[in-house]
Design a protein around this ligand. Sequence first.
Ligand code: ADP
Length: 206
Amino acid sequence: MAAAKVVGLTGGIGSGKSAAARCFADLGVAVVDTDELSHALTAPGGRAMPLIVERFGAGFQRADGALDRQRMRELVFEQPEARKELEAILHPLILEDSLAQLAQVEGTYALLVVPLLFESQAYREVVDRSLLIDCDEEVQVARVMQRNGLSEPQVRSIMAAQMPRAVKRQLADDIIDNSGTLSELALQVEAKHRYYLSSLARARGQ
Ligand code: ADP
């Protein structure tokens, strides 16, 4: 049986990636989420933990074996080099786990959630199509303030550090506008799902 095609779902902070991924999952689509894989790698018994302890020391591991996230956040905030080293440990493992999970998927396509899809050549090569979850900036700011309990300047500075929305819109194969209600989001996901089922099944048959 041919391998399932991969639709890469991406978008800025609070654009609605998780909300959209849940809608796809509700339709029976297999979802692989790189943030979840990253979290699992640094959970108790996670595959990244021995490498992190080797590089940063046992002080970065909590008694239960998980990464001490607070301590690591402080370190990478102070030392950009440490962030790079942490990423050098995590990124190849996340990619490896993503590919392993995608290989298990049966059906026409799987959804791969990658916040930094357009920034990463490796993921751009993995996906057959990219789907951007886009959102009016004012709505996005309000949702992140509400979800994360952050101030407006804090949210805006995170957004300013991300790839500009206009660039992402140009790079994306498909776009869903999540400025409206959750039911409007679900309707758009259903439409994209139908489109992927027919167009990606055809592509697989070739
Ligand atoms: P991301 O995964 O891209 O960071 P989320 O899916 O977590 O974004 O959405 C950000 C916040 O906005 C969450 O609290 C979510 O519940 C809320 N949200 C997402 N889409 C909608 C929507 N269409 N209507 C109302 N709230 C939404």
